[in-house]
Design a protein around this ligand. Structure first.
Ligand code: GRF
Length: 221
């Protein structure tokens, strides 16, 4: 079976992109598209000779023109899967329907808790204001199928991590990142092998992938 063709969309640092590139095999990152020309993550693609493209909102008159062009650039790499790896904008039409059941995202919380931005700071604030046991607070990361909401698409897999009472947003973010770096390549590998399939907003996970998830400590809903 040829590797699954994956295009990554980034806006910034690109640490998840780096892990995805390093774990390629069953899948191949065939293109990286950034909406920021100075995204440091582009360097990871360039270092491994993966083609890159920059598409910036400011170059277009309307959001529709921008998203149409973004979709055309992504489509030019003929991806089977589009992974958002720190792509800091909402995926909307006319981009979304160009890649039906093909766009996934990683989000730094256990969705549906803490959608949106600044998840780590909000978790810490809730921990400090909480009257219940600190360990009742669940944090980590989620890989989900993308729909037109903000972090609302069907959940594929999650990894839970500890929150410490002396955490800062930085220490917590660094800890969650280490879980993201294991979870995202695992999910993409399972999709590439067909053990996880994305079907009309329904996620189908094989019994073998369930077993492997358990071994890694990942949760599948
Ligand atoms: C990650 O925390 C990811 O969950 C969120 O954006 C961050 C991207 O980090 N969507 P990086 O650019 O992959 O280092």
């Amino acid at each position: 079976m040829p590797p699954l063709r994956v295009v990554a969309l980034i806006s910034g640092r690109g640490s998840n992109l780096k892990r995805l590139i390093d774990a390629a095999g069953p899948y191949s990152i065939v293109g990286v598209v950034s909406n920021k020309s100075d995204a440091p993550g582009l360097a990871f693609a360039e270092a491994t000779e993966i083609p890159t493209a920059v598409v910036q909102r400011a170059q277009f008159q309307t959001p529709t023109e921008y998203r149409n062009h973004l979709a055309t650039v992504v489509a030019s790499f003929t991806p089977a899967l589009v992974v958002l790896a720190g792509f800091m904008e909402l995926i909307k039409e006319p981009f979304l329907s160009r890649f039906p059941n093909q766009i996934i995202n990683i989000h730094p919380s256990i969705l549906p808790a803490y959608p949106g931005l600044d998840t780590h700071a909000r978790v810490i604030a809730d921990l400090q204001n909480s009257t219940s046991a600190p360990d009742s607070l669940v944090h980590g990361c989620t890989v989900h199928l993308v729909d037109d909401g903000m972090d609302t698409g069907p959940i594929i897999a999650q990894a839970i991590c500890e929150v410490h009472t002396d955490d800062t947003p930085e220490t917590l973010s660094a800890r969650v990142n280490t879980y993201e770096h294991r979870l995202y390549p695992w999910v993409v590998t399972e999709i590439a092998s067909g053990a996880i399939s994305l079907n009309n907003a329904k996620i189908i996970v094989s019994p073998e992938a369930h077993t492997r998830a358990k071994l890694h400590g990942f949760l599948i809903p």
